[in-house]
Design a protein around this ligand. Structure first.
Ligand code: GLY
Length: 455
């Protein structure tokens, strides 16, 4: 149990300027230490100290932790979790927000999670089967009709292929499976679902759960959900802590699935899961379905959360570590949030060799909204000679918080469209036409009126 005025040294592993922002806002923070694969201007400016090293190598985390002796570590990304960074830190007595390698299978193995839900009778699984080779594969996909191919490992959200979206014929889907088998992979085949997706994240201390707010991410690169899949181009949440196509009962059901997954993980492994349970859900005509689980905050969703969280984040982390989350009310502002990522012109492809990679965000930073209803979150960028330079991934995001979704979207859009350089962003995230499209999609599926006031 900590003393009331005690301050804490926190170590963050992996990328997440949003986590740094939440720590910096805490009255309980002493030093903020970051182990990252690269240094963006946010880390350089805000960290007490940082080290650039391969975050997937547990030895790097141990070496840095021995030097700085943090009270606890937060593991921000899926790869370090899958490589056992939490296990290594726990071994030297550093508590972690982020599960051990075994528990992180929740994200790193699609089949582990499907089997967990099945074994513990948790609702949400679509029809699915795991295959190591072609034996029985063609029969199963014909049985399903439209199907989804998921490599049974981490693919940064880009390896999943959906019939009708990424391939059209059964033979094309089977060819993709063969390609994965030839790389020694196994695949999970699932029925294709139709509905609206949303992310519902919860803090979990091994026994108790505290839910965040539902958020909708946008995976396709271009407006109107076109173009290739990405890590996520932006996200929004609503002031009433629902989404325009979700009911309070839907959100309650998603929270109960998260809780039961946390409970099942203990029953399955004998280890307590301490960290973030991120359920990727789809509301379908047949009910709520689990698309996937992540063992960390969502990106971009963490930026909506960081912009809305009212409770002291370090206090939440301490409660997760102590197993006392039931005694800490976790609260979020009753406002809407819109996040828009700025990405290189040809994202998610690699940067063209001859492209000018400098971007200028001065106009957004000079906006009267900046620091009030508008924030910037740095991601995969470098600072060189005072200029911001892009790398191959998502560069930075603007998040606006306001009383209505329309207002928040307007502020985020003004900032995003003022960026100069070889960039683009989705101009439609959080706009009334796209929200209307989502609601109408649900109405078509349910053939009932589910429209709510959303702006
Ligand atoms: N928002 C998708 C992800 O974080 O994986």
């Amino acid at each position: 149990m900590q003393a009331v005025n005690e301050k804490f040294d926190v170590m963050i592993i992996g990328k997440s300027f949003a986590l740094m922002t939440m720590c910096k806002a805490s009255t309980k923070l002493n030093g903020l230490y970051v182990l990252s694969d690269y240094a963006n201007p946010g880390i350089i400016k805000e960290a007490t100290n940082y080290k650039i090293a391969d975050t997937n190598n547990p030895e790097n985390a141990v070496e840095y932790a021995k030097l700085i002796r943090p009270h606890f570590a937060i593991i921000a990304s899926e790869d370090p979790l899958a490589h056992g960074v939490a296990d290594a830190l726990l071994n030297i007595g550093v508590p972690c927000i982020g599960p051990t390698q075994s528990l992180a299978r929740l994200e790193s193995s699609k089949s582990f999670t499907r089997q967990l839900l099945e074994k513990y009778d948790i609702p949400g699984n679509p029809a699915y089967r795991r295959f190591h080779d072609e034996n029985g594969l063609a029969e199963f996909v014909r049985e399903l009709g439209e199907f989804v191919v998921k490599p049974d490992g981490l693919t940064g959200g880009k390896g999943v292929r959906v019939m009708g979206d990424h391939f059209t014929t059964v033979e094309e889907g089977l060819a993709y499976c063969r390609e994965l088998f030839s790389q020694n992979g196994s695949v999970v085949i699932e029925e294709r679902l139709d509905g609206e997706e949303f992310s519902f994240q919860s803090f979990f201390d091994g026994k108790h759960i505290a839910h965040m707010v539902p958020i909708q991410d946008h995976k396709r690169a271009h407006n109107d959900d076109t173009g290739p899949n990405t890590g996520g181009m932006g996200s929004y949440s609503c002031a009433d802590h629902l989404l325009p196509f979700l009911t309070a009962d839907d959100v309650k059901a998603a929270g109960e699935i998260n809780r039961r997954v946390g409970e099942a993980l203990f029953l399955e492994t004998g280890e307590e899961y301490k960290g973030i349970l991120y359920g990727g859900f789809m509301i379908t005509k047949k009910g709520l379905r689990v698309i996937e689980y992540n063992a960390r905050f969502g990106d971009p969703e963490v930026m909506n959360i960081a912009s809305l969280l009212e409770t002291d984040f370090v206090a939440i982390c301490l409660a997760v570590i102590d197993g006392t989350l039931d005694r800490l009310p976790v609260e979020f502002r009753r406002q809407a949030s819109v996040c828009k990522y700025i990405v290189p012109r040809n994202y998610p492809e690699k940067l063209p060799k001859d492209m000018d990679i400098r971007i200028n965000i001065d106009d957004a930073l000079a906006s009267p909204e900046f620091g009030k209803r508008l924030r910037v979150y740095y991601s995969a960028i470098n600072e060189k000679d005072g200029a911001i330079e892009m790398t191959d991934s998502r560069s930075l995001a603007f998040v606006a918080v306001a009383d209505t979704l329309t207002e928040a979207e307007g502020i985020a859009e003004t900032a995003a469209s003022s960026v100069k350089g070889n960039v683009f962003h989705r101009t439609d995230i959080g706009t009334p036409p796209l929200i209307k499209k989502r609601v109408e999609h649900m109405e078509r599926l349910f053939e009932i009126e589910r429209r709510r006031q959303f702006a």
